[in-house]
Design a protein around this ligand. Structure first.
Ligand SMILES: *Cc1c(COP(=O)(O)O)cnc(C)c1O
Length: 219
């Protein structure tokens, strides 16, 4: 997995390690996460951020396993990312999270910023870009500049863009990834979250800085 990421970086002349692997652990037990991810922490500088897509599950696991900020029962220092759609009534579970990957409107940003003022810190965010398919989630490209400006206004730290590739078509995925990377560069944003088990190599070639891999980690 990491070898293939390094190879994809090298193919397009990117420095090794410029794409980080986010270990998607949704649906996995803490035991499985320890065996499949935490046992291999030394393989990536800073370890692997853990990506969760369901809010209560994230809260439960972060409580049991610990976070980078709160010391954990086992003395580990875990970084949690939330990669799922953020419902307003689940914002309260985002306290352990360092990065939200899929913010898509200003109401979510306002709720998160307000919670962050209570907590003393708010997670950083990425804006999810709509991928052009009949997909429910994401900011439509013509609205990106406006939504970006509005989210910045809330005080949240917008670090980049995230996109889901269209299903099953590598060349369509490459177009979506390349377009997303260009839009992130145009906005001066450093992080680009794209690529999953089926398409992470294409995503790295197109400039992903965070790849979100789940199934392939737990084979
Ligand atoms: C589940 C999920 C992933 C990981 O997908 P795999 O195909 O298991 O690698 C990545 N991103 C998001 C948003 C997900 O929900």
């Amino acid at each position: 997995m990491l070898g293939r990421i390094r190879a994809a970086e090298a193919r397009v002349g990117r420095p090794p390690g410029s794409a980080r692997l986010v270990a998607v652990t949704k649906g996995q037990t803490p035991e499985a996460i320890r065996a499949s991810v935490l046992a291999h922490t030394a393989l990536q500088p800073g370890g692997f951020p853990l990506g969760e897509g369901r809010a209560q599950e994230l809260r439960d696991k972060a409580t049991e396993m610990g976070t980078a900020e709160l010391s954990s029962p086992e003395g580990s220092s875990l970084e949690w990312h939330y990669i799922g759609p953020l419902q307003l009534n689940k914002v309260k579970y985002m306290r352990p999270v360092s990065l939200i990957h899929a913010l898509e409107d200003v109401r979510q940003a306002q709720a998160l910023a307000e919670a962050g003022r209570k907590w003393g810190h708010a997670p950083d965010v990425l804006l999810q870009l709509h991928n052009g398919e009949a997909q429910k989630h994401g900011v439509h490209p013509p609205e990106l500049a406006r939504v970006y400006a509005e989210v910045v206004q809330t005080g949240l730290n917008v670090r980049g863009l995230m996109v889901m590739a269209p299903e099953g078509d590598a060349e369509a995925s490459r177009r979506v990834f390349t377009d997303t990377a260009r839009r992130a560069h145009d906005l001066g944003l450093p992080e680009i979250s794209m690529g999953m088990s089926g398409d992470y190599e294409v995503a790295v070639e197109a400039g992903a800085t965070l790849v979100r891999v789940g199934r392939s980690l737990f084979l």
